[in-house]
Design a protein around this ligand. Sequence first.
Ligand code: HEC
Length: 257
Amino acid sequence: MSFSKAMKFNKFIYALVAVAMMALSAGVQAAGGGGLHDSVGNDVADTASLQRGVRNYVNYCMGCHSMQYVRYNSVGEDLGLTDEQLINNLMFSAERTTDLMTIAMPPESAEQWFGQTPPDLSLIARSLGADYLYNFLRGFYLDESSPTGVNNLLLPNASMPHVLWELQGTQRAIFDEVEYAPGFTRVEFVGFEQVTPGKLTPEEYDMFVRDLVNFLDYAGAPEQLERTYLGIWVILFLLVFLLLSYLLKNEIWKDVK
Ligand code: HEC
């Protein structure tokens, strides 16, 4: 390697290290964000978590939100549930296991009741991201000026009530004046303070929400499970193919020196 090439290579390595360090520090900040930017860390390959997630979803969300692109039987197939388990545990309003996960509430009434139509959640994890959903469902706080009695840190003036308040309990958001540059201050969220306890501890509530978000993440792209497995097989195939081509090349060229 010539000197100038070596210099270029060194610069390249420095750049790589710098990018890696930036990514790392962003990750650390996200982890300590105090409820606004936490990362959910869900795993769509965790079937037990998905099973808990779909149960949480039908019990707490399906009163208002449809999933019009998702069928019960495909959820059953992907999550290892029998038709009987589907019918007994998940299908409260549907008749056939081939039905879509729609709801009976007409959008016009929903708009009248809530001021906003609750969005269909089939693709919500794709449009808003799993981390957002995780923080959104942990971001409700008491607010007397709101008609629902709560507000949300991630969706100010949200018209969705805090449907999980019995599990989480109630919390207050603490805002404080923070000096972001010499002489300039602004009001920022600094943390939550529990007002009344819920049925779940804060850790259990986070787990509950993580399972739920895991299910929403899976539902947004059910093929992602298969895609990962397929990817592994493709790589294995390519490795075997590489070996074969190498042996073949040696065979063909062995007499040519
Ligand atoms: C009582 C009815 C109701 C229930 C039950 C309900 N929601 Fe909602 N949800 C709403 C309404 C209304 C909105 C629209 C809020 C807005 O735009 O202000 C909404 C909005 C949302 C949004 C969009 C947030 C955004 O930033 O745009 C998500 C995500 C969501 N709900 C998830 C859930 C989940 C998950 C559950 C179950 C734990 C649930 N909802 C249960 C009524 C409901």
